[in-house]
Write a protein that binds this ligand. Structure first.
Ligand code: 9UX
Length: 68
């Protein structure tokens, strides 16, 4: 499935790159697009392997504030 997640706290392109890398490393995530401009991530994943909460927790661990 695909999920859009709003993200507060990104201030530069390195922030969005860190989130893209972090989400991409989760087993079962197939595509990640993080937009600094739009303050959001669009993530495609296998819902038998990944819960939305796993995505939220990863973004929080990286120091940002996600909202579904
Ligand atoms: Mo850029 Mo983001 O210097 O945490 S990496 S603001």
């Amino acid at each position: 499935m695909k999920q859009k997640i709003a993200i507060e706290g990104m201030n530069c392109g390195h922030c969005s790159a860190r989130i893209e890398k972090g989400l991409s490393e989760i087993d079962g995530v197939s595509n990640v697009d993080v937009s600094l401009e739009n303050k959001e991530a669009n993530v495609a994943f296998d819902e038998s392997k990944v819960a939305i909460n796993d995505l939220v927790n990863k973004i929080e661990d990286l120091g940002f504030t996600p909202t579904i």
